[in-house]
Structures are given as structure tokens and as C-alpha cells.
Write a protein that binds this ligand. Structure first.
Ligand code: GCO
Ligand code: MG
Length: 411
């Protein structure tokens, strides 16, 4: 197939969702064309994987067969407007998978890495942040040191909170963090007072130990009210965080006005957003500094570019979500996006396990605190279907959190 192909139709011949569980569940959409070129997209929604798999097989794939794979925008609009009930995260994750697979195909047909097709390289490497966590401050401080030794220039730090069982972000073991740990939600405890008392001590210790230069990040994970978040932001100002993430639930975007009035600690939000409408106020009122939306949950490359362009008008930078429940396919596509996007901030990089990496061979690599997308045509990630078939789906859901009096809280 010569690049460009003179506008000849490239027909979608077949498409299928592939569910696999190499230690955790992933859903991958594979779209095949009559030219023998195929593309893949991540369709994983942690704890709701089968909902997206059935949305794809029941409602999306029948609409793809026979269409021209090159008509990415038209297919995006067809699936978005044609879905009618458009903006839910299941529909947008399914749409994202289609979009990612079609961009993969188009770049392969053009014979170039996806970032070239988007507009070429804007940076030599993609700054990433790793995840240091520990049962207490001491362990977490040691883990930050281990990530410094691995060459990370930016590190998220999460530690256990005295008296709080199952504090967010503290993994089992020191490398991989996977919160979806049971078929039904694990109940965890939350205690805001204990947390607000504890968090500043962690970052004071980190600055004492590692000095002012290493970039430190923290994820509050939706746990605080706006004024509590303002208080935490103020208490962390002496320790110069790169960002304080998900400080309060962003269902009410205007809540961030309250935080903004009280603290200069940079704010990041958006990993659970499914469309530009979920963050329009946050962006247009400059209530945040980084938008966390990513390829797999926010409508794919096509929609994420629109979010990034809006954010760029307000000097807000990207900070794509990149936890282990986003597959290497999403990571690969995100890295090409990150390599191009002008208002790039940082990319989350939670390493996948060796089993996962085996199922999803890829050409991106880590070096000296940066991830580098490969030069293979497309987004550079594939799926080994035979190997994937060996890992049966396992029912898993994300935890819930309760306060000490039993009140159901934000996890
Ligand atoms: C992050 C996220 C994750 C989520 C997970 C949910 O900042 O990486 O908050 O830790 O909890 O992606 O599936
Ligand atoms: Mg987060």
C-alpha cells in the first residue's frame, strides 16, 4: 500500500473486542481492513470492563463494518451523535478505542509513527512521573529515593495514614499498584482529619531528604471538601508540589473556585472525565493547571486534541492519566500524543507487569526520566492474541471508602 493511496477506500472488514487478564483485566478493540492493515485501541474501564466490551460488540462494531477506515472524524461523529446517549464514560471509552485503532491504521497506511501524523515532534522525550508509596512516611521516603535511583525526575508520593486502613495509593509490594482487588468492592476507611494532619509531614520530610529540585506530586483522590482542599494546598505550599491531584470531586467544576482563592499549589484534575464538557469551566476559568484526561476515557486522540487545544488557550497543560488499568495500547497512543501536543505538562507512568508487557508488545521505552515513543508506523503497540487468550477475565471492582461513622465517602 503506497502512502496516501489516492483516496481509495480502505474498508473495515472486521472488528472485535479482546478481553484478557494478565494479572488485571484489559479490553482491546482490533479493527481489520481489506488492505490487511489493522489497528488496535484500548477500551479498558477499570471495574466496568465487560460493559465496554458489550457496548462495542452490541452497538459499535456492527456500525463499523463496511465503512472507510480513513474517515476517522466522520466515524467519530457518527458514533458520538448516533449514540444519542453520548457522553457517558462507557460510550466514550468505546468510542476512544475505535478512534485510537483508526489513527493506528491511518498512521500505518501513511508509513509513519502517529506523532508525525499529528504534527510532528514538539519535544525530544516525554517527561513522566513514577509512583512511590509506602505504609508510612519512612517507607515512602525510601521509595522516593528508589525512584530517584531509577532516573525519575518526577515522583508521586502516597503514604499510609496512621489509623486509616487502606489509604489511597498504597500498593501491595513496591512496584505495582492495582486498586481493583476483589470481585466486589473492598470497603476502606477514610479519615480526613488524620490525613490533613499527616500529608504535610510527608512532604516536609521529602524536601528535607531530597532537596528542592525533584518534582513531587500527590493525589488526594477526590477525598476532600473544597475548603479542606484549600487548607491542604496552603499547608503544602512550602514544599512546592508539581501538582495536587483530584483535590475535591469535580462533578461541580465551580468548587475549584474556592480552592483557587486560597492556594497557589498547582491543581490537576480529569482522569475520570469523558469529554470536554466535563472540564470546560475548569479550563475557561483557569481553575486548574493540568488536565488529566487521557486517550482511553476521553474519546480518543480526536477528542483529546480538542481538550488540549482548549486548555492551551488558558495556559493549562496536559498531564494524561497513565495508571496500570490503562493498557500499554493507551500508553503507546498517549505517548505519540504527548510527543506532539504543544501544551504538554507530564505523563503518568505506572509500570505494567512483565505479563502485561508480554501480551502487549510495544516499542516505547524509558530512559533518564523520560518515555520515548517508537518510530514504527502507528502507535507502536500490538496485542499477542494467542497469549491474551490464555488469561481469562476475572471479575474485579474498585474499592469504596467509608468514614469512621460508616458514611459512604469518595474513594
Ligand atoms: C491515578 C489514579 C489511579 C486510579 C485508577 C482507577 O492518579 O493514577 O487516581 O490510581 O485510582 O486509575 O482505576
Ligand atoms: Mg489520580
Amino acid at each position: 500500500m503506497e502512502p496516501g493511496n489516492g483516496g481509495k477506500k480502505v474498508t473495515i472488514r472486521s472488528a472485535r473486542g479482546i478481553v484478557t487478564c494478565p494479572g488485571r483485566n484489559f479490553v482491546t478493540l482490533k479493527i481489520e481492513t481489506d488492505e490487511g492493515v489493522y489497528g488496535i485501541g484500548d477500551a479498558t474501564l477499570n471495574g466496568r470492563e465487560l460493559s465496554v466490551a458489550s457496548y462495542l460488540s452490541d452497538h459499535v462494531i456492527p456500525n463499523l463494518i463496511g465503512r472507510d477506515a480513513q474517515r476517522i472524524e466522520d466515524i467519530w461523529q457518527f458514533l458520538y451523535k448516533g449514540g444519542y446517549w453520548s457522553r457517558g464514560v462507557v460510550a466514550m471509552t468505546a468510542l476512544a478505542a475505535v478512534d485510537t485503532a483508526l489513527w493506528d491504521i491511518k498512521a500505518k497506511l501513511a508509513g509513519m509513527p502517529l506523532y508525525q501524523l499529528l504534527g510532528g515532534r514538539s519535544r525530544d522525550g516525554v517527561l513522566v512521573y513514577g509512583h512511590a508509596n509506602g505504609a508510612d512516611i519512612e517507607q515512602t521516603v525510601d521509595q522516593v529515593g528508589a525512584y530517584c535511583d531509577m532516573g525519575y525526575r518526577a515522583i508521586r508520593a502516597q503514604s499510609g495514614v496512621p489509623g486509616v486502613k487502606g489509604a489511597y495509593g498504597v500498593g501491595r509490594g513496591d512496584m505495582y499498584y492495582e486498586p481493583a482487588d476483589a470481585a466486589l468492592p473492598t470497603e476502606t476507611l477514610w479519615d480526613t482529619a488524620a490525613y490533613l494532619n499527616h500529608a504535610p509531614k510527608l512532604f516536609e520530610k521529602l524536601r528535607d531528604q531530597y532537596g528542592p529540585d525533584i518534582e513531587l506530586l500527590h493525589d488526594v483522590h477526590h477525598r476532600l471538601t473544597p475548603m479542606e482542599a484549600a487548607r491542604l494546598g496552603k499547608s503544602l505550599e512550602p514544599f512546592r508540589l508539581f501538582w495536587m491531584e483530584d483535590a475535591t470531586p469535580a462533578d461541580n467544576q465551580e468548587a475549584f473556585r474556592l480552592i483557587r482563592q486560597h492556594t497557589t499549589t498547582p491543581l490537576a484534575v480529569g482522569e475520570i472525565f469523558a469529554s470536554i464538557h466535563d472540564c470546560r469551566t475548569l479550563i475557561q476559568e483557569q481553575l486548574i493547571d493540568y488536565i488529566r484526561s487521557t486517550v482511553v476515557h476521553a474519546g480518543g486522540i480526536t477528542h483529546l486534541r480538542r481538550i488540549a487545544d482548549l486548555a492551551g488557550l488558558y495556559q493549562i497543560r496536559t498531564g494524561c492519566h497513565g495508571a496500570t488499568d490503562l493498557s500499554p495500547v493507551c500508553m503507546g497512543a498517549a505517548l505519540h500524543f504527548d510527543t506532539w501536543v504543544p501544551n504538554f505538562g507530564i505523563q503518568e507512568y505506572m509500570r505494567h507487569t512483565p505479563e502485561t508487557d508480554e501480551v502487549f508488545p510495544h516499542d516505547y521505552h524509558f530512559a533518564d526520566g523520560y518515555l520515548h515513543a517508537g518510530e514504527a508506523p502507528g502507535h507502536g503497540v500490538d496485542i499477542d492474541e494467542k497469549l491474551a487468550a490464555k488469561y481469562e477475565y476475572e471479575p474485579r471492582q474498585l474499592p469504596v471508602a467509608r468514614l469512621r461513622d460508616g458514611t459512604l465517602w469518595n474513594w
